[in-house]
Design a protein around this ligand. Structure first.
Ligand code: NAD
Length: 331
């Protein structure tokens, strides 16, 4: 069965997703939702979506009467994820929502509850969970190739441009680099170590308080501890380029991913040599696999459901609390 998806929020990442869907085996764009009439016009022509399946943010709820749409993919600024996810669920559509799933734990819980109530599935756009080099490292760890895991390092960042963009607005982004790019180190730490952290400490550095206003973090370093005794050390920043590296160390071996979460190709090596895994377009692979999750009950190796998104939000809140208090925060 082909997954017929409506894209909501036609910005930069939606563009990448739309292009990637063109090579999908079982995903098709059958709906578009945007606040900009011009975009609806050009996108509907480009992707062959009929006018009757194009919506604005006001009339979008009537998508419930559209039998050509199975799921809505929410790709707006972070603080709008909650509202659009709940509206899509109420319209009886499955929801795929971009990361971070919301701007706080409370909103994430409301989204999960709304999807449960409407009996639709909620998936978060964690494209790395389908990336073959990443999955190979996870497989090797599960097989015991690295022995007992002792340490993870996750470095995630880029130098952000235009100071007027939504990513630098606390109201739209919910925070700063941690919400946007640091979440890859948090999520990556969890799937690379294979365990949930039990405590966090964190420190913030702000060199440009004009660009990075109150509540918008520029750089945060954070550390995790795990029940097994493993520890992690991560860096999230909007002020450095070429920062996209994971390092996992165990008693018997190591894995290094460099780059680790960029659009690709992902490169990895371990104590056994280079990882030779297929190079895929992340979003194409993600969408095809999500069709399998939604329609065939497939279970991904690393979950991509709402609960998975919520775990990251809980850790993000704990990191912000650790920054604010200067104390170790239990999870
Ligand atoms: P973007 O600025 O390029 O696009 C955002 C879109 O939302 C625009 O089309 C804009 O018009 C629309 N929008 C609707 N209401 C808006 C409002 N009130 N204010 C501002 N814009 C509004 O951003 P993006 O890079 O496409 O990011 C969108 C989402 O996708 C974010 O949640 C981001 O975290 C996520 N994302 C995920 C990945 C990934 O690799 N998984 C990559 C990039 C972005």
């Amino acid at each position: 069965k082909v997954l017929r998806v409506a894209l909501l929020g036609l910005g930069g990442y939606a563009q990448r997703v739309a292009e990637s869907i063109q090579s999908c085996k079982r995903v098709k764009i059958t709906g578009l939702i945007s606040g900009t009439p011009d975009k609806l016009k050009t996108w509907s022509a480009k992707y062959n979506v009929p006018e009757k399946s194009c919506y604005n943010y006001q009339n979008f709820d009537s998508i419930k009467d559209n039998p050509e749409v199975d799921a809505v993919y929410v790709i707006t600024p972070n603080s709008l994820h909650r509202e659009f996810t709940i509206r899509a669920a109420k319209a009886g559509k499955h929801v795929i929502c971009e990361k971070p799933m919301a701007i706080n734990v409370k909103e994430g819980e409301e989204m999960i509850a709304a999807c449960k109530k409407a009996n639709v599935k909620l998936l978060i756009g964690y494209r790395m969970h389908f990336e073959p080099h990443t999955l190979e490292v996870i497989r090797m760890r599960n097989e015991g190739d690295f022995g007992q895991i002792k340490f993870f390092q996750g470095l995630c960042g880029f130098r952000i441009g235009d100071p007027a963009q939504w990513r630098l607005s606390k109201a739209l982004a919910g925070g700063g680099s941690l919400m946007d790019i640091g979440i890859y180190a948090i999520n990556g730490c969890r799937y690379m170590v294979g365990e949930e952290p039990i405590w966090v400490t964190a420190q913030e550095t702000k060199t440009d308080p004009v660009k990075f206003k109150e509540g918008v973090d520029e750089t945060i370093q954070f550390q995790f501890g795990f029940k097994s005794g493993a520890v992690a050390s991560c860096l999230s920043t909007y002020n450095m380029n070429n920062l996209d590296r994971f390092f996992l160390n165990g008693e018997k071996g190591f894995a290094e991913m460099l780059p680790s979460t960029g659009y690709g190709p992902i490169k990895g090596k371990t104590n056994k040599g280079e990882i030779n895994a297929p190079v895929v377009v992340h979003q194409t692979e993600q969408m095809d696999q999500m069709a399998g999750i939604l329609f065939d009950g497939k279970k991904p190796v690393v979950p991509v459901d709402g609960e998975e998104g919520l775990k990251d939000l809980k850790i993000i809140e704990a990191i912000y609390k650790a920054v604010a208090t200067g104390k170790k925060v239990s999870l």
